[in-house]
Design a protein around this ligand. Structure first.
Ligand SMILES: [Zn+2]
Length: 497
């Protein structure tokens, strides 16, 4: 059995003016996909290892991934798409291809309003019109009719924060192996639920997601009165992309012979999701930026340190620019209190290529004048002039080869990256010699805290700051979303067709 694999994934925030290009992506080609150990917990690795275990011969194409950011450059997208399709045609020349399994996101947008996944999978479908085709998706996928047309079955993450990417790849590959081994056709039931959920209201450890996800897992097990579904997934859409098909979608993939069960299960899940719509709330205490900083100072005084404050409106892992400055301005405005903290306030951090370059050039130990922020998000940020000391430089960090700089400014320590890599990665601060647990107040450009921070936080506060990942969806100026949509249209009613 020869199976075509590969992936192209990105979460594209259409409010962020940055165009995500070649420089932002890590790309692996052909056999190089298997050799990369950087993404060993990604769905692509789960797919490859499961297919191998199942005795399949893997025909790898291209794997390209970038950190969430603004929409993807059209020329880069076309280049990777062409490579992937060329490799598929080449594979066909060398022998039959029996199936396709891709690692995707589901909310990748390309300049010119292109939904990448439907375009890519549709083009691949033309080359391989009849073989079974499965895909692994992120939970924040926005499902379009054309994507459903191209792909037979889907598995999506069941955790937020996302800790089951690998397992999702395993499930996508298992579905493909099952259909190939049994000869039974795949089918996916779909129900669109006209809802949009702010990322930080959908943590899967909390209700209502916890029991909704548990219901998906139940469906994947056989029950006395019904067969097991191959995969049951809740796709929440991506609130920071203004596009027609953004909404919650329930997908239940099964063998075609179980179509009626899958249809009923998807409908029931969708009804339950809708019934519980009022329960999606923030699980972390939240305030505007000024109030969040004041609450954090008070919490430090009560000894609840390390106190974490999420700069949630400018969360690069939700595709925001990473250089909005509202929260930094709130901290600077309260500098007398910041200076009196029992240790430095740690701010991780800023995506600021010019500042990182200037600090790299000046070197460790130097003092210099820089501006921080406001290079990209000029609506929610401005260039803040600061006199800083360069405490530490890392010249080549991680799979995206970013410069890291640790800067000091009075009683503040700030991490700065030259690449848009976000601040949710537990390795970034240790690479700068920093143990966040030792600081009284830690500000991170994140929404919900990733486990590396949550596990050490004495108190977690979310600042609903301004930025391209604004958590208050009712205030976002959407133009293309299909309405009505809850909670933007609060009093709307809905029933599945
Ligand atoms: Zn996601």
């Amino acid at each position: 059995m020869r199976i075509l694999t590969g992936g192209f994934s990105h979460e594209s925030n259409s409010f962020n003016p940055i165009i995500t290009g070649e420089d932002d992506f890590a790309v692996f080609r052909g056999g190089g996909i298997a050799e990369n150990s950087v993404f060993s917990r990604h769905s692509s690795a789960g797919i490859a290892e499961t297919l191998k275990k199942g005795g399949a011969e893997i025909v790898p194409t291209v794997l390209a991934r970038a950190v969430p950011n603004g929409v993807v450059s059209a020329s880069f997208y076309r280049k990777i798409k062409a490579e992937l399709l060329d490799r598929a045609r080449e594979a066909l020349k060398q022998g039959p291809v029996h199936g396709v399994c891709l690692a995707l996101h589901g909310s990748m947008k390309v300049e010119g309003d292109i939904c990448a996944e439907e375009d890519l999978c549709g083009a691949l479908r033309e080359i391989l019109p009849r073989v079974p085709f499965t895909a692994a998706l992120d939970m924040h996928a926005a499902i379009t009719p054309a994507l459903l047309e191209a792909v037979d079955a889907f598995a999506a993450y069941k955790t937020a924060p996302h800790t089951d990417s690998y397992e999702t790849g395993v499930l996508a590959a298992e579905m493909l192996l099952k259909t190939l081994n049994t000869g039974k056709k795949l089918y996916t039931a779909r129900v669109r639920v006209p809802m949009m959920i702010a990322g930080e209201k959908s943590e899967t450890a909390a209700e209502p997601m916890s029991s909704l996800i548990a219901a998906c897992r139940e469906l994947e097990k056989p029950a006395p009165a019904r067969p097991a579904m191959l995969a049951a997934s809740l796709l929440l859409g991506f609130p920071w992309a203004d596009c027609e098909y953004n909404a919650v979608t329930v997908l239940v993939s099964a063998f075609e012979e179980d179509k009626a069960v899958a249809d009923r299960a998807a409908r029931e899940l969708a009804e339950e999701f809708w019934r519980r719509r009022g329960e999606f709330n923030f699980h972390t205490e939240y305030y505007n930026s000024t109030e969040a900083i004041a609450a954090a100072f008070a919490a430090v005084q009560r000894g609840e340190q390390p106190v974490f404050v999420s700069d949630s409106g400018d969360n690069p892992t939700a595709g925001a620019a990473g250089d909005a400055t509202e929260l930094l301005e709130a901290i600077l405005a309260a500098m007398d209190q910041t200076d009196r903290l029992p240790g430095p306030l740690l701010y991780s951090g800023f995506y600021d290529e010019p500042a990182a370059a200037a600090c790299l050039k000046a070197g460790e130990g130097a003092e210099l004048d820089i501006t921080l922020g406001g290079n990209w998000d000029k609506i929610n940020g401005k260039k803040i002039p600061l006199r800083v000391g360069v405490k530490k430089i890392v010249s080549d960090y991680g799979p995206y080869h970013s410069v890291l700089a640790l800067l000091s400014c009075r009683n503040i320590l700030i991490s700065v990256t030259s690449k848009h890599i976000g601040f949710g990665d537990g390795g970034l601060l240790p690479a700068l010699g920093i143990n966040a647990a030792e600081y009284p107040l830690v500000v991170v450009k994140l929404g919900y805290l990733e486990p590396c921070f949550r596990n050490i936080a004495g108190r977690a506060i979310m600042a609903t700051s301004r930025g391209c990942s604004n958590e208050i969806l009712e205030t976002i100026p959407y133009k293309k979303l299909r309405r009505p949509l809850y909670p933007l249209d609060k009093d709307m009613d809905w029933q599945p067709d």
